[in-house]
Write a protein that binds this ligand. Structure first.
Ligand code: SF4
Length: 764
């Protein structure tokens, strides 16, 4: 059954379309999980590996950041996409020096991300020097020397950019930011800049901490759960089990999304016979909202709640909570009472009945959770939208109460932990002071570059070195042409990676690939087994232990790479004990315990049965560490996204056979798209109104405020039940359409869910 790497690439003429499914998961998900796993790993390795995903003493799924249950864990504590993520990493296919000798960089640059990823695990450090046509092997020490000499040759440490992906474990993240700050810069962009930065910005301003306020057990205690701008069936599949439990306990679930995603509608729980056979309906109500209409929705609901309070005073607004814990309520109330519901209907595409029914459900609920993801954060007014969600929950006293709270659902396994460990271009002074005091270094205080600013700096020549700790920067970022030119502008690009991706073939004048261990791999340092730790979406921190023999004896752990590079960069006598840290990860955790707030006694607590939960003052004690000491009601004018005449608003999204930039396969079976990826989902009436037919090939042309245009060609039109005026297509294929300067206010997050496009008949 073991499958060889594909030799051919995607043939988009083979795309086929079938009706979307009405139930997610079920028998088919189990079959796909096992088939993909066995194809990549063989039977024995599959059995050994999947049995350890998300188990106590096992390893953390490298997929999303959904938490594990705190009680009993079932034998198969993973979803289909978790199994695919594990299979991708634990594959037996390898990309060796011989592979690179066979394939020139010019040839590799013509391959799709899917083809590159399917070739297997990287086995050796490789270098591409100026004028080279092929990557060639390099010894680790020579690679470190090359990086260190280039960094030391810069005019300023701020000419280097150090990116982090969400897979990076806490221990690596802590040491990596320590290396970068010891070197003298805060240029620490991360993938969070592109996903939940809007959530962190809004929540910090409103409740004093940029993290969600619910725990996994709150789902079982909720009356009402609103899931907005999120597709859990594909992106956080085990969340469906939590929603199923909530419903079994009597909760109501409302889905708010432009697309009727299968996982939102129905779910067959593969863990139970009943679930497998009959399944359940997830969403009691589906609000099919227009792209960018969420801020209007939450403001409209607030207005209706104030009207309900007028009809029955003292029953809707939690006055005791508002008076004791919040600031700015009067201004907020005034603003919400002025909201025009006719505008809300137009902005959302929802009827007055739907709005009133939802407001009534909010008024009746004693415990409400609102979950969200990129559909809200990657909007120009994403921060304000999340503030409106928080306003609504504060008004009802729904923070710091069982079964209630804010729940930004993170998409990458340790994206939240990396930020906790100091991966941020603007860490607060308290963190930097603690770091300096612990290690006797002088961290820079000037803020560094986030992702968008890093691309601008690389484009303009203000930064010359790009170091990527994991991820696939070129495919994850917007404005592909600009980003690729920025990377090509670099003197040196370094990618610490497990698998081949497009960021290895779009490179600086000199380029390094440093192959690293994955989550599933056994990490031995001087013969002693090491463990790492991660933090999930709900602030639970726990250990992760890989057991598989690495595919090559040349792989180094991310921790070892950081420590060995630091040794080369700083030389002997540096105040940080890099070699001690490399040999024994417990010593890193001891340092974390002394520097990172909430991590005291880290080594002991992380070994508890479920690990430990980081403090969250609003959740734990209704304490709000804002400058006023209270939770803040934000006052925002209403913004939404009218659709210009003859245009569509496009959202970029993932296929079900994809995880972030990693393409697992060509089967987006929930939406019924098979064998290809260049499709654009458009309402059938819009297709007809623009003079096209379902199946026609079109170019997508995005229009930007400065008059420039961007184009991607040869997309097949697929009639789909989107709202009128909205469209959807996969990334990274549509990243070229998102201008670099098209960012969310206050968070600088690329706005990939609100791109104005027109359709043109395909030019070629
Ligand atoms: S829900 Fe997320 S963390 Fe859990 S198994 Fe699936 S991909 Fe992995």
């Amino acid at each position: 059954m073991h499958r060889n790497a594909p030799t051919g690439d995607i043939d988009e003429t083979q795309v086929s379309v079938t009706p979307p499914k009405d139930r997610a998961a079920g028998v088919e998900a189990v079959a796909v999980s096992l088939t993909r796993a066995v194809e990549e790993m063989g039977v024995i390795r599959t059995a050994r590996t999947l049995a350890r995903v998300n188990q106590r003493h096992g390893f953390d799924c490298p997929g999303c950041a959904w938490p594990e249950p705190t009680g009993h864990r079932r034998p198969a504590e993973f979803c289909e996409n978790g199994a695919k993520a594990v299979a991708e990493e634990a594959t037996l296919r390898t990309v060796t020096p011989e592979f690179f000798a066979r394939h020139s960089i010019e040839e590799l640059a013509t391959k799709s991300g899917y083809w590159l990823g399917q070739q297997g695990r990287l086995t050796h450090p490789m270098v591409l020097r100026p004028g080279d046509t092929h990557y060639s092997p390099i010894a680790w020490d020579d690679a470190y020397r090359l990086v260190a000499e280039t960094l030391r040759g810069l005019d300023s440490p701020d000419e280097a950019v150090f990116y982090t992906s969400g897979r990076t474990a806490n221990e690596t993240a802590f040491l990596y930011q320590l290396l970068v700050r010891s070197f003298g810069t805060n240029n620490l962009p991360d993938c969070s800049n592109m996903c939940h930065e809007s959530s962190g910005t809004a929540l910090t301003s409103s409740i004093g901490i940029g993290k969600g306020s619910v725990s996994i057990d709150d789902f079982a205690a909720a009356d009402l759960i609103i899931v907005a701008g999120q597709n859990p069936g594909t992106n956080h599949p085990r969340m469906l089990s939590a929603l199923g439990t909530a419903k079994a306990n009597g909760a109501t679930v409302i889905a708010v999304n432009p697309l009727p995603e299968t996982g939102l509608i129905g779910f067959r729980d593969p863990q139970t016979l009943k679930g497998l056979t009959t399944g359940i309906t997830i969403a009691d109500d589906f609000l099919q909202i227009r792209l960018g209409g969420d801020m209007a929705l939450f403001q409209g609901l607030a207005k209706l709640l104030f009207e309900a309070e007028d009809r029955a005073p003292g029953t809707v607004v939690d006055r005791a909570f508002v008076d004791a814990h919040t600031a700015g309520f009067a201004e907020y109330e005034k603003q919400m009472r002025s909201v025009d519901l006719a505008v809300v209907e137009e902005a959302t595409g929802l009827s007055r009945d739907q709005l009133e029914r939802t407001a009534q459900q909010l008024a009746d609920s004693e415990a409400t959770i609102v979950c969200w993801a990129m559909g809200l954060t990657q909007q120009r007014h994403g921060v304000a939208t999340i503030e409106e969600i928080t306003n609504l929950l504060l008004m009802r006293g729904m923070i710091g109460k069982p079964g209630a709270g804010v729940c930004p659902v993170r998409g990458h396994s340790n994206v939240q932990g990396d930020r906790t460990m100091g991966i941020w271009e603007k860490m607060p002074e308290t963190f930097l002071a603690a770091l300096d005091s612990e290690f006797g270094i002088a961290s820079p205080r000037a803020h560094g570059f986030d992702t968008v600013d890093a691309i601008r700096a690389l484009r303009d020549g203000r930064a010359k070195v790009f170091f990527g700790m994991g991820g696939n920067f070129v495919s994850a970022t917007p404005d592909t042409e600009v980003t690729e030119a920025a990377l090509r502008n670099c003197a040196l690009t370094v990618q610490v990676s497990t698998k081949l991706n497009r960021s290895h073939v779009v490179h600086g004048r000199t380029a390094l690939i440093l192959p690293t261990l994955g989550r599933t791999d056994l990490d031995l340092q001087d013969g002693v087994k090491q463990q790492v730790s991660v933090e999930d979406s709900m602030s639970m921190v726990h250990l992760s232990t890989g057991r598989l023999a690495p595919v090559s004896d040349q792989l180094r752990s991310e921790v070892a790479i950081v420590c060995e590079l630091a040794r080369e960069l700083f030389g002997p006598g540096h105040p940080v004990p890099w070699e001690t840290f490399r040999r024994d990860y417990d010593t890193i955790r001891d340092a974390i315990a002394r520097v990172v707030p909430g991590c005291a006694d880290y080594n002991r607590k992380v070994r508890d049965r479920n690990g430990f939960q980081l403090p969250h003052p609003p959740r734990d004690a209704r304490e709000f560490r804002t400058p006023s000491g209270r939770a803040n009601f934000a006052v925002n004018g209403l913004r939404w996204l009218p659709v210009p005449e003859g245009r569509l608003i496009l959202q970029t999204l993932r296929s079900h056979d994809q995880y972030n930039t990693t393409i697992y396969g060509l089967d987006d079976r929930y939406r019924g798209i098979h064998n290809g990826r260049k499709v654009v989902l458009v309402h059938p009436d819009d297709i007809a109104a623009f003079g096209f037919a379902d199946g026609d090939l079109v170019d997508l042309v995005s229009e930007w405020t400065d008059g420039t245009e961007r184009r991607v060609g040869g997309f097949r039109l697929v009639g789909y039940p989107t709202p009128r005026g909205n469209a959807a297509a996969y990334y990274p294929e549509t990243n070229p359409l998102v201008p670099l300067d098209h960012v969310a206010e206050r968070s600088n997050t690329p706005v990939s869910k609100a791109v104005t496009i027109r359709l043109e008949r395909a030019s070629a």
